[in-house]
Design a protein around this ligand. Structure first.
Ligand code: MN
Length: 226
């Protein structure tokens, strides 16, 4: 007999490469302006440090599923990102222990209603509707990983044309620093995902676009905007 007024929402999960178990998602944190060239293309000041925002867990678009073009925008943008998947948590985690929290990595796209984001910036309003909308977080399978984090090529193409092409090593906050910084603001927990920011070359998507993204050594994802 259920004590709930209605059925609780299902647990959001992401498949794990080579494993029968899936990864249950607790929440999604995201890093903004973590690559200098993208910070410049967004009009940012070179002295501004990266920062965090969030998406709800149910924004995840699992591998093999397409992403719906969202309402209330005419400027949906792609942002290819390395995603960190946590197997353990903590707060005030020292940077030299931060990698111990990481289960693996995935390839993600931080879909953004750029027009709503620009309007929010102009008015000093929050980013939730520009970043945390339904189906705003496509992701690949998670690749289990130990040791030094990915540093290689991160790239995204639209309809076969390369739009973003950079290296993860260019991140302003490196992976361990991202986890350590996040743990100063939140108590991290198993199931947390962190989208680590996008390099330069973000741009618009329209219905029918075929998006492919990859991070060297981690994997790839592909979806169509429908
Ligand atoms: Mn982003």
């Amino acid at each position: 007999m259920s004590a709930y007024l209605f059925d609780p929402p299902p647990i959001v999960t992401v498949p794990i490469e080579g494993r029968a178990e899936s990864f249950p998602v607790r929440r999604i944190l995201c890093v903004g302006r973590n690559y200098a060239a993208h910070r410049r293309e967004m009009g940012g000041d070179d002295r501004d440090p990266p920062f965090f925002f969030a998406k709800p867990a149910d924004a995840i678009v699992p591998p093999g599923k397409d992403a719906a073009y969202p309402p209330k925008t005419s400027n949906l943008h792609h942002e290819i990102e390395l995603v960190v998947a946590l197997k353990s948590g903590g707060k005030d985690v020292p940077v030299d222990r931060a990698l111990d929290l990481i289960f693996g990595y995935a390839v993600g796209v931080d879909l953004t209603r750029r027009d709503l984001q620009n309007a929010a910036k102009d008015k000093g309003q929050p980013w939730d509707s520009s970043k945390g909308f339904d189906q705003s977080a496509p992701i690949s399978a998670i690749k289990p990983w130990t040791g030094a984090p990915p540093q290689g090529r991160i790239a995204l193409s639209v309809n076969g044309q390369v739009k973003q092409d950079a290296v993860v090593a260019d991140m302003i906050w490196a992976t361990a620093e991202i986890v350590a910084e996040a743990s100063k603001l939140w108590t991290l927990a198993p199931g947390d995902l962190i989208y680590t920011g996008t390099p330069e070359g973000v741009g618009p998507l329209v219905k029918g676009d075929k998006v492919e993204g990859s991070v060297e050594g981690v994997g790839s994802l592909a979806f169509t905007v429908v």
